[in-house]
Design a protein around this ligand. Structure first.
Ligand code: SF4
Length: 683
């Protein structure tokens, strides 16, 4: 939890490559063609191969599709494409048994492999429960035997929302249920002496997904014979920036924990687009291993030792995470008022962005501030709630005075930052918040404490500029100051750190605050010093999103090289992805696959265009009736493919309109939202 070390896992073969162990974290994607369409599928595989995709998954709904894998594979190998293939199986044991002959890996879903899934709330007696486990074991055994015979590995891929009725009846639709569903199948594999397995625990809810993987690791490492590799992914992440942000947050949070051996970014787009996003997410971790070699891993001996000791090993306070890794609880913080807005406590995290223009160019600064605050736009348009300007010297102070004079009412949202103590003292009477940057090793304490203790207008943010020191140094310095300020009853304070390793330094900070019973609000701050747009989105999402998913943070501040609009929208996408602040409609859309028989991407675009203003509403747009209704999880409305150009509409999990034509389905969805009283006209 406090420094990056990758969990050492059993190495599992995937044809020409392998994953886990000391292997790089592999990037997978999945075709969305019909697997019976050999030409289209081979062409899409070729495009994925050209994009660098390391593992290609294909959907295999029937035995006939499984048969056709033979021709797809033969054509690919003739074309010199040796990328490992994965057969994605739901329900059909016969398809699985056939597919094994033509692929390197087979993915089964424990929620629907030889088990019932009707989303009924059937109560199972103990006897019924055990009988069904035995039934599944017997049905599954031939597949295990055949995969071993063909040297094929297997992914036990659980999805939140498509758990079996039996598991939901006992564990609920929860991370615990997901973990138990996967462990049942892993036990069958181990009983049969088959160990070439890996796991996945996907969900469209990023927080549930993170918790489920962590819980799986804890339970599986305590029980199973080996530490098996993990395939990471957020399902139904959607498209565009939102899809990239959600995927980066979920996958990145776990990679920061040292978990994950292969990933797939699921986007409702051309699957080729998933590949660069995947590589952008794993880049930092794979580079870490290139530089540090085996030292980047938790040694195998340590894994085994910790498993042996787990039963009676108690973590010291220093090792304990300052939050529950397996369930969501927001860190409790005190509430303060900032320019008429409440920060901390139960309030949604507020958004601040930094003005790039220099105060010496007043027109440019005003233009940028207006763009970020957007006071002339309708109220429901997202905007930065605070904008931060940098004040370095006397000239900047004068310029700030004039700027505030020109801005009038909007000036309340302008906050300032400096690392100069005398300037800090003067800013305290000019703006609503002043950030003082603490530079490591500088002597400032007495004067700073005195200034903060004096009467002031501004909220004070103390920000530690973390550079080369250990991850616990910012916490030590800030807690020391916070304790002194607390003793002086100084309120209206915020604390933050600027670091390249935000996740670890904030965890240390939260842990130290907790030990000292300090509940000052925290501002999560991140500076992405990269010009590449995708990299900027990924880094910001991983570093700050991880913290918000773990309940850490009362305010978010981003400083990137993105345009002002993009940066503001990124901040809100991160908070929405962590489900802590809903500022627009939440779209849960699957990437589509060989089970999709309508124009999914077009439908997503049309529905987004009509409903993007319905703040807080969740709409699932799913490619097929087989998995869609379950996997759109907690969506309020569902738009689900029901056959060739046919759509069924759902309210929650209930199908209310069946098999309507694709042409009229979007209008019917809008009518349904109106009838259910959830529609508002766009501004
Ligand atoms: S929900 Fe989407 S991705 Fe999943 S099986 Fe159906 S069409 Fe394929």
């Amino acid at each position: 939890m406090y420094q990056y070390r990758r969990r050492f896992t059993r190495e599992v073969a995937f044809g020409t490559i392998s994953l886990g162990g000391y292997q790089p974290i592999r990037v997978e994607s999945m075709t969305n063609t019909h697997t019976m369409d050999t030409v289209a599928t081979v062409e899409q595989c070729r495009r994925l191969y050209d994009a660098g995709c390391e593992i290609i998954r294909l959907t295999v709904p029937t035995e006939k599709d499984a048969e056709n894998l033979r021709y797809i594979r033969e054509q690919l190998r003739r074309d010199g494409i040796d990328t490992p293939l994965v057969a994605d199986i739901h329900f059909s044991a016969r398809a699985a048994l056939k597919a094994v002959e033509f692929v390197e890996n087979i993915r089964i879903n424990p929620g629907n492999y030889a088990t019932s899934q009707k989303f009924s709330s059937n109560e199972y007696t103990e006897e019924e429960y055990l009988n069904e486990i035995e039934h599944v074991r017997l049905e599954f055994a031939p597949l295990v035997e055949k995969t071993r015979q063909y040297g094929v590995s297997m992914r036990i891929g659980t999805n939140h929302g498509s758990l079996s009725d039996r598991i939901v009846g006992r564990y609920g639709n929860s991370p615990e249920g997901m973990v138990e569903a996967a462990l049942e199948f892993a036990r069958f594999c181990e009983e049969a002496g088959y160990y070439d397995i890996l796991f996945s625990m996907k969900s469209s809810n990023v927080r549930v997904m993170i918790q489920a993987y962590r819980l799986l690791v804890q339970e599986a490492d305590a029980e199973l014979r080996y530490a098996y590799p993990l395939h990471l992914g957020v399902t139904e992440a959607g498209d565009g920036d939102e899809g990239r942000v959600k995927s980066a947050m979920g996958i990145g949070a776990l990679l920061e924990d040292g978990l994950g051996d292969t990933i797939r970014v699921s986007l409702t787009e051309d699957p080729v687009n998933e590949v660069p996003v995947g590589f952008a997410i794993v880049k930092k971790y794979n580079e870490f291993h290139l530089v540090n070699g085996d030292r980047g891993h938790i040694p195998l001996k340590h894994v085994i030792d910790s498993r042996n000791k787990q039963a009676n090993h108690t973590l010291s306070t220093h090792e304990l995470p300052p939050f529950s890794p397996f369930s969501y609880q927001r860190r409790a913080s005190s509430q303060i008022a900032l320019a008429g807005m409440a920060i901390g406590g139960d309030n949604v995290p507020r958004v601040e962005t930094e003005v790039h223009a220099s105060l010496s160019d007043r027109d440019a600064v005003i233009e940028e501030i207006m763009m970020r605050l957007a006071p002339d736009k309708p109220q429901d348009i997202i905007r930065s709630e605070f904008v931060s300007v940098r004040v370095n010297n006397e000239g900047d102070l004068d310029a700030l005075d004039k700027l505030l004079g020109r801005l009038g009412e909007e000036g309340r949202c302008v906050v300032a930052s400096t690392s100069d103590l005398p300037i800090f003292g003067r800013l305290l009477h000019k703006v609503s918040k002043v950030r003082f940057d603490i530079i490591e090793g500088e002597r400032f304490e007495n004067e700073l404490l005195q200034l903060i203790g004096n009467e002031r207008l501004a909220v004070v943010e103390l920000c530690f500029l973390h550079q080369a020191s250990g991850y616990s140094v910012p916490a030590r310095v800030l807690v020391h100051l916070a304790e002194k300020l607390n003793r002086r009853h100084a309120h209206r304070l915020l604390f933050s750190v600027q670091s390249d390793h935000v996740v670890f330094v904030y965890r240390r900070l939260v842990q130290a605050f907790k030990s000292s019973s300090l509940d000052y609000p925290l501002l999560v701050r991140f500076k992405a010093d990269v010009s590449d747009r995708l990299e900027s989105i990924i880094k910001s999402s991983v570093q700050t999103g991880t913290l918000f998913c773990d309940g850490i943070g009362d305010m978010l501040s981003l400083n990137t090289m993105l345009s002002a609009d993009d940066e503001v929208s990124l901040a809100f996408n991160i908070l929405q992805g962590a489900r802590i602040r809903m500022s627009k409609t939440e779209f849960i859309s699957c990437p589509g696959c060989g089970r999709t028989y309508f124009e999914l991407e077009k439908a997503v675009a049309a529905i987004k265009q009509r409903t993007a203003h319905l703040k807080g509403l969740k709409i699932g747009i799913m490619g097929c009736i087989v998995n869609g209704p379950g996997e759109m999880a907690d969506a309020d409305f569902g738009y689900v493919g029901a056959g060739k150009n046919r759509i069924s509409l759902y309210v929650g999990r209930e199908c209310v309109e069946e098999n309507i034509s694709e042409q009229e389905a979007v209008e019917r969805l809008i009518s349904l939202i109106r009838v259910q009283g959830k529609w508002v006209d766009p501004v």
